[in-house]
Structures are given as C-alpha cells and as structure tokens.
Design a protein around this ligand. Structure first.
Ligand SMILES: Cc1cc2nc3c(=O)[nH]c(=O)nc-3n(C[C@H](O)[C@H](O)[C@H](O)COP(=O)(O)OP(=O)(O)OC[C@H]3O[C@@H](n4cnc5c(N)ncnc54)[C@H](O)[C@@H]3O)c2cc1C
Ligand SMILES: NC(=O)c1ccc[n+]([C@@H]2O[C@H](COP(=O)([O-])OP(=O)(O)OC[C@H]3O[C@@H](n4cnc5c(N)ncnc54)[C@H](OP(=O)(O)O)[C@@H]3O)[C@@H](O)[C@H]2O)c1
Length: 285
C-alpha cells in the first residue's frame, strides 16, 4: 500500500499529543557556516509586518522541570536577517555550546517548530535616520544580521548613493555568510529588476579579521582611527552632512564606535527622533 495514502486507526498507543503552542512557525532551511555560526529560514506568520533591520523574540521549548514537570519556552532576541518583503523569515545565529537556547537551536532541522513572537522592534531602521548621501553599516560577528536584511531592502538604494558595509570577525570563516549574501545580490534577478539593474554597485564591502590572516587585518575602529580604512575605501572620514551610520556588534565595539562617530559630529537617532546614526547590541553580556 502507498504509505502516503495508508490509513491506520489512531489508538492511545500511537496518538501523540501535539502541543497547540501559539506563535509556532516551521523551519524550512538550515545552513551551517562554522562550528559557531549557522543560518536558518522559517515560515512567516501572515500577520507579521516589520521594518527591515528590526528584531523579534524567537525560541524553543525548554526541558521538563524535574520538580514541576512543566516545560517553559526559552526565548531570545534575534534580528530578522531577511528583508521586509520576503515570504519567509531568515535568521543568522551564533552557537553557544552551553547557551540555554543555542545549545538546542543549533540542532534544528527543516520541519521542526520554532516559537516566534510577532512583535518586531528595533532602532536599526531607515526611519531613525535623517536623509544623507552615504550609509555605513558597522558590524562585528552576528551583528551582520540586521544588515543582511537592509542590504536586500530597496529603500537602502533609493535613499543613498553609496552603502559601505564593514564586518569585523575573529576568523575568515566567520565572514562567509555576509560575503556570500553580498555576492548573491549581483545575480538576484528580482532585486535587479525591482531596484534597478546593477544596484549592487553602490555597495562597498570592507571585511576585516583580527585573529586569522586575511587580506585586511585589524579592528575597524583601529583602521578608522589610523585613517587606513578611509584610504582603502577612497572616502573622507564621516561627516554629519553626508554620512549616516548603523552600528551592531558587541557592547565594547558599540561604545567605542559610538564615541568615534560623536567625535566626527554625528548624533544618535531614534524612531521618534531621526538623526545621523543608530546603534543596537548584537547580544547581551
Ligand atoms: C537586540 C538583540 C538582537 C540579537 N540578535 C541576534 C542575532 O541576530 N543572532 C544571534 O546569534 N544572536 C542575537 N542576539 C543574541 C541572542 O539574543 C542570544 O543571546 C543568543 O542566541 C545566545 O542565546 P543562548 O540562550 O544560547 O545564550 P545566552 O545565555 O543568551 O548567551 C550566553 C553568552 O553567549 C555570548 N553570546 C550570546 N549571543 C552571542 C552572539 N550573537 N555572538 C557572540 N556571542 C554571543 C555572550 O557572551 C552571552 O553572555 C541578539 C541579542 C539582542 C539583545
Ligand atoms: N571557539 C570558541 O569557543 C570561541 C571562539 C570565539 C569566540 N568565543 C566566545 O564567544 C563570544 C563572542 O565571540 P565573537 O568572536 O563572536 O565576538 P566578539 O568577541 O564580539 O568579536 C568579534 C569581532 O569584534 C572585534 N572587537 C571586539 N571588541 C571590539 C571593539 N571594542 N572595537 C572593535 N572591534 C572589536 C573582535 O576583535 P578582537 O579579536 O581583537 O577582540 C572580533 O574581530 C566571546 O565571549 C568569546 O569568548 C568562543
């Protein structure tokens, strides 16, 4: 008998209790990059509207509490890495071996469930910036995620003449997700048609590593301080007249870069008060 059409009577032994969890989405694709990084895609709730660059809370059910026998969801903030127009949602994730969520999340497979609270928020949005000529995306590690969304958002190219994305990681393999994504824009027929053929020529990609040899070594902050990054890119240091910036990295990076941007005369913006730069943590420490 065809196993697809075979009908078996459901009895108590074969029936599984399927928990009717609200906000459950289905994993559609998983890609692993290094032993510490992976990306995955999930179905998108029909009601979810978000602005490219925002984050949501996602999670999995935790283990049974040995005392109460109850299971609680483990929820964490995640930047949506896909653009606002995409049918599915993409996430780019760290694997923390003893992390409550990612010790489990790193094992997800297509078909598995993921809890997603459909309440997007965040400051890395176009609305929080005043008009400008050049947009800088500054990322370390998984801080690339919101920029993966914004790099596929038509408004990014409508609003700016040039987009500079800097990504600082410890090792070369940690750049793969970002590098592949930017490379894929060149042959993305849909985006080339919607935004304009060759839109990707506005992107300047500046990847650097700090602990493994690569074409450009060093922290972006040091490379800017010495002037090397500006010489490499052939642009002047940031100015409040022309430049806008979004920062997403570890806390020390965010603070250091924030101070540098303020010294160039840029002010921090927010949804309610658009200015010249915005900042968000890639994770809490
Ligand atoms: C606004 C916001 C957006 C976020 N977006 C993302 C995202 O898009 N992708 C993502 O992987 N994480 C993101 N995070 C971090 C995420 O919320 C979790 O911390 C992460 O998934 C690890 O969860 P955990 O339960 O396994 O470990 P946790 O207990 O949450 O973290 C354990 C430790 O691991 C380290 N750590 C946590 N997250 C990271 C990270 N992303 N990179 C490097 N070290 C980390 C920190 O030292 C932390 O103290 C975001 C956090 C915030 C606040
Ligand atoms: N195999 C492992 O178990 C392993 C490997 C790597 C990391 N980790 C742990 O995972 C956590 C996160 O590591 P991560 O590499 O993803 O993120 P990270 O420590 O935030 O580093 C990412 C990149 O940001 C750079 N950076 C850090 N502070 C900066 C600052 N103030 N200004 C400019 N650049 C700055 C780092 O350079 P520097 O290299 O110069 O700091 C690195 O290139 C850490 O707690 C770490 O201990 C574990």
């Amino acid at each position: 008998m065809d196993p697809m059409t075979e009908q078996t009577a459901v009895n108590h032994a074969s029936a599984k209790i399927v928990p009717q969890l609200p906000d459950m989405q289905t994993v559609t694709e998983v890609k692993h990059y290094t032993d510490r990084l992976f990306s995955f895609r999930v179905t998108r709730p029909a009601s979810l509207r978000f602005r490219s660059g925002e984050f949501v809370m996602i999670g999995l059910m935790g283990d049974e509490d040995p005392e109460t026998g109850k299971r609680k969801p483990i929820m964490r903030a995640y930047s949506i890495a896909s653009p606002s127009w995409d049918e599915e949602l993409e996430f780019y994730s760290i694997k923390v071996q003893d992390g409550p969520l990612t010790s489990k999340l790193q094992h997800i497979q297509p078909g598995d469930g993921l809890i997603l609270r459909p309440k997007p928020v965040g400051t890395l949005v176009h609305d929080a910036l005043l008009p400008g000529k050049r947009l800088w995306f500054f990322a370390t590690g998984t801080g690339f995620a919101p920029f993966a969304s914004l790099l596929r958002e038509p408004q990014t190219y409508e609003d700016y003449d040039e987009i500079i994305i800097t990504h600082t990681c410890r090792e070369v393999g940690e750049l793969t997700y970002g590098r592949d994504l930017i490379e894929a824009l060149k042959t993305d027929d849909l985006l080339n048609e919607v935004i304009g053929d060759g839109f990707w020529k506005k992107i300047r990609y500046y990847p650097t590593t700090t602990r493994e040899q690569s074409a450009k070594m060093g922290r972006i902050t040091d490379l800017m301080r010495s002037g090397e990054a500006f010489t490499d890119l052939g642009v002047p240091p940031l100015s409040p007249e022309n430049d806008r910036a979004m920062i997403c990295g570890n806390l020390a990076f965010n603070l250091e870069l924030k101070e540098m941007l303020e010294s160039y005369g840029l002010n921090e913006g927010a949804n309610s008060n658009p200015q010249q730069y915005v900042v968000e943590k890639a994770f809490l420490d």
